[in-house]
Design a protein around this ligand. Structure first.
Ligand code: SF4
Length: 335
């Protein structure tokens, strides 16, 4: 529940709206585990809440710390026995938490373990927020960034994801700046447009992963509905309206989208778009796709740099390669 919902809930139960604000802070700012800990609420109200409400929607099933870097993968079990994953990545002062938004996913991107699972259901706002509450409580490094890049397509679960993001952003919640919250989509055009029209200023990432429609359609069936040109247009609109760079993500797959021709086409497509290109060498999971060798990756990135006009290029080396940190791998294996 967001603040307004909690206030209404309290009023419906014979309490003042102020009690709703107190509940909000206990849950999101302090992250208490039990209602009993909410010491400024009356004993009778706490008893009533304990009998009728739940403030914990997830149980941690497994914690998988990497042996090669500081990332940790958490496997959570929901109350209806579904598995979802969250990844915490610490790099110097930066602590990024990658959240899931759905149990499974309907979009069937060919290189993705979550896609293989199909969609079971959307996560509730509570289940999304609880992932962050758990990480904040159990990993000492303060959280600096949140990315919706875990299991699921966040814009398929628009309301709950945006509700959770608002709680993360709220000074009375997690107090994270809007620039520290990134929502990544494979390109659901109507929802991107809705997001652009709204007041919220969270960062937008569009997962492009190919420079030619024929290639993108093979690895991402969603491309048949909303092709590359539409997405770049939407990205441009986002950066113009929000005065904020859109990010295009490009997972590099060996022999699929990693040629010089691909890089040149991509550079041409993104010419004069205020954006950042995040090149992500593929995190292998034993399926049909593999990661290109270092030389190919460098060549691809060099072409982008050479033809750069308007965009910035970053290479994001995957973290937690030893802990199945690619989205959906651990949940898929466990389920
Ligand atoms: S990459 Fe994202 S949108 Fe595509 S199948 Fe995986 S979770 Fe779904």
């Amino acid at each position: 529940m967001n603040l307004k919902e909690l206030q209404t809930f309290c009023q419906d139960n014979g309490e003042s709206a102020f009690r709703g604000s107190q509940l909000y802070e206990w849950m999101y700012r302090h992250g208490v585990d039990t209602i009993e800990e909410m010491s400024n609420l009356s004993q009778s109200f706490r008893e009533k809440l304990s009998e009728n409400c739940s403030i914990q929607t997830l149980h941690v099933d497994r914690t998988n710390p990497s042996q090669i870097d500081q990332s940790v993968k958490l496997l959570f079990r929901t109350l209806d026995q579904q598995f979802i994953e969250t990844v915490s990545m610490v790099d110097g002062n930066r602590h990024t938490v990658c959240l899931s938004s759905q149990v499974g996913c309907a979009l069937d991107c060919r290189f993705c373990a979550t896609g293989e699972m199909g969609l079971t259901r959307n996560l509730t706002t509570g289940e999304i927020v609880d992932q962050l509450i758990y990480v904040r409580k159990h990993i000492a490094q303060p959280i600096t960034n949140v990315v919706f890049m875990g299991m699921g397509e966040p814009f398929h679960n628009y309301e709950n994801v945006l509700n959770a993001a608002d709680i993360f952003h709220d000074p009375k919640g997690f107090n994270l700046a809007s620039t520290r919250i990134t929502i990544s989509t494979v390109g659901l055009l109507p929802q991107i447009q809705q997001f652009i029209q709204e007041n919220r200023r969270y960062k937008l990432a569009i997962s492009l992963n190919a420079a030619f429609d024929k290639d993108r359609s093979k690895i991402m069936p969603v491309n048949k509905k909303w092709p590359i040109e539409d997405l770049i247009h939407a990205g441009r609109e986002y950066s113009n309206q929000k005065k904020r760079q859109v990010m295009f993500e490009y997972v590099l797959l060996k022999g699929v989208n990693d040629s010089e021709e691909d890089a040149l086409e991509l550079a041409g497509l993104l010419k004069n778009v205020e954006c950042k290109i995040n090149v992500i060498p593929y995190n292998e999971m034993g399926g049909e796709f593999t990661r290109p060798d270092t030389q190919t990756i460098e060549k691809f990135v060099n072409v982008l740099h050479k033809h750069r006009r308007g965009y910035r290029v970053l290479v994001r080396w995957s973290k937690g390669q030893d802990i199945a940190a690619g989205c959906g791998q651990l949940a898929g294996q466990t389920a």
